[in-house]
Design a protein around this ligand. Structure first.
Ligand code: HXC
Ligand code: NAP
Length: 290
């Protein structure tokens, strides 16, 4: 393990979407580092199973609470219950998400609402509900939102998700300034591709699609869940308090490669590179001779 085993001792952290994928990996790491962890999502039985497995593996306390983050009253009830069970909360990870990869013109307004409801409204409801409690109690708090590497620049074919994640990022940066003076910091993590069942089955379901997606990554591999979990643990720990309003990308360099105008040159063969070099040197010689 990368950190001191008591890095998060005494903290209570709520992770939405905490029963699967990245949410579970983060919750598990928080637990290993001494935190009490509340995991929530829509599927109660899945949460209970995850909580039992996590406690069996690492000890400590995991509280499973079923909640649909699209329902603000359910969010209020869940945060009240989590606060009560843990004697207050110290951190929130807005991790629950939904995504649909499709040509945008094929989406119904209900499909748009499904994604915006989970990602944008859900993250906002959780942040607002817990933020109000922290402010009222005069207690410090940490909000960490899991966005995506396309939150900043948008992406074709996942447009509701891109719009919703951009909104979550705007919320993060805005509240960092508004609530920072009262002890609440807000940050985001922007992951590139990490192999989770939820994302892979929906967005990268076959070998050809997967190869195209992963071929864009300079490090030539997807992320490891523990890499993201360690970054999240750092951002939940006291040592990182001075980081406020930032979004840390963890994508093996994928975003930069996609953004560089000449990034496509990665496809050139050695012969093409040699021809290009000869041509460029020739052009320079010509200019000098002219
Ligand atoms: C077009 C679709 C669709 C699809 C659903 N819909 N899937 N339209 N293409 N593939 C439409 C439905 O027909 C319906 O519209 C509307 O969307 C709502 O669908 P429901 O199934 O009723 O919604 P719901 O049960 O709320 O499910 C929400 C969901 C689902 C987002 C559609 O996928 C979900 O539960 N996802 C949660 C987990 C998830 O997505 N994980 C991946 C996160 S990865 P009509 O008009 O027919 O009623 C991520 C970043 C990944 O975010 C980056 C990877 C590299
Ligand atoms: P995942 O396993 O599908 O996680 C999504 C979680 O959200 C599930 O646990 C799901 O549980 C929960 N959820 C969905 N709708 C909900 C709702 N209405 N209310 C409450 N919970 C809800 O996928 P993942 O890959 O781990 O994604 C986790 C986060 O990482 C997401 O924010 C995603 O956008 C982000 N991300 C992932 C990748 C990647 O490559 N994996 C890349 C970039 C960003 P229930 O179904 O039980 O509700």
């Amino acid at each position: 393990m990368t950190f001191r085993p008591d890095l998060l001792q005494g903290k209570a952290i709520l992770v939405t979407g905490g029963g699967t994928g990245l949410g579970r990996a983060m919750g598990e790491r928080f637990l290993q580092l001494g935190a009490t962890v509340v995991i929530s999502s829509r599927r109660e039985a899945l949460l209970q199973g995850a909580a039992d497995e996590m406690m069996a593996a690492h000890g400590g306390t995991v509280v499973p609470l079923a909640c649909d983050v699209r329902d603000p009253e359910a969010v209020a009830r869940t945060i009240a219950a989590a606060w009560e069970r843990c004697g207050g909360l110290d951190g929130l990870v807005n991790n629950a998400a939904g995504n649909i990869a499709a040509p945008t013109e094929r989406l119904s307004h209900r499909a748009v609402d499904a994604v915006l409801g989970i990602v944008l409204h859900g993250s906002f409801y959780c942040t607002l509900e817990l933020g109000k409690r922290w402010l009222e109690a005069g207690r410090k708090g940490r909000v960490l939102s899991i966005v995506t590497s396309y939150a900043e620049g948008g992406s074709a074919y996942v447009v509701p998700s891109a719009a919703a994640k951009a909104g979550v990022l705007a919320m993060t940066r805005s509240l960092a300034v508004e609530w920072g003076p009262r002890g609440i910091t807000c940050n985001a993590i922007a992951p590139g591709p990490f192999p989770t069942k939820g994302a892979w089955d929906r967005l990268l379901p076959d070998a050809t699609i997967l190869e195209s997606a992963l071929g864009r990554i300079p490090l030539q591999r997807p992320g490891r869940l523990e890499e993201l979990a360690d970054l999240a643990a750092f951002l939940m720990a006291d040592i990182s308090e001075y980081i406020n309003g930032d979004c840390i990308t963890i994508d093996g360099g994928e975003k930069l490669k996609g953004g560089g105008q000449f990034s496509w040159m990665g496809q050139l063969t050695p012969a093409q590179w040699a021809a290009l070099e000869a041509s460029a040197r020739g052009a320079t010689q010509q200019d000098r001779g002219a």
